[in-house]
Design a protein around this ligand. Structure first.
Ligand code: T46
Length: 134
């Protein structure tokens, strides 16, 4: 499995006249069993969310509306930038990436996650995160 952050492009089923449907399915295009789905919305565009990493969590993250800018960094200092601006583009985020997100005012972020919510899976100190460097 590709364990670097990368974009998953979901098939668009439909036509411009009728609109579209895209499908996330574990056996097909999601590389883990989905244990949790959550969404964020109404984030003012001056607010930066994130500023944490996860120890074990894998995620596929979509912008179902609006535009979301993602900055990811691993403990070795490699950075990856993504713009989620189409509802058929998902971002796979492996464990161990510090993330920062900015949102357009109308953005709705949908996250499919491999684990239930557990605050113990979070690293919320950037210094502690950087100390994981190999
Ligand atoms: C990520 C981005 C895209 C819960 O009670 N249950 C949950 O499942 C989640 C995700 C959060 N919370 C509580 C914990 C905090 O008190 O909601 C509050 C905000 O959560 P968090 O700091 O995780 O919010 P974001 O938007 O900075 O980050 C979340 C995800 O945690 C994160 O993994 O990648 O969305």
């Amino acid at each position: 499995m590709n364990q670097e952050p990368h974009i998953i492009t979901f098939k668009e089923i439909g036509t411009p006249n009728l609109g579209y449907i895209s499908v996330a399915e574990v056996a097909d295009n999601i590389p883990f069993d989905i244990k949790r789905v959550y969404w964020t919305y109404f984030t003012p565009n001056h607010v930066e969310r994130g500023n944490h990493a996860h120890i074990d969590l894998q995620q596929v993250i979509l912008s179902v509306a609006g535009i979301i800018h993602f900055e990811l960094e691993n403990a070795n200092g490699e950075t990856f930038n993504f713009v989620l601006d189409q509802p058929n583009k998902g971002l796979f985020v492996p464990p161990g990436y510090w993330r920062k997100m900015r949102f357009s005012h109308n953005a709705v972020l949908l996250c499919m996650a491999s684990l239930p919510y557990d605050e113990k899976d979070y690293i919320r100190s950037y210094e502690a995160f950087k100390a994981l460097k190999k």
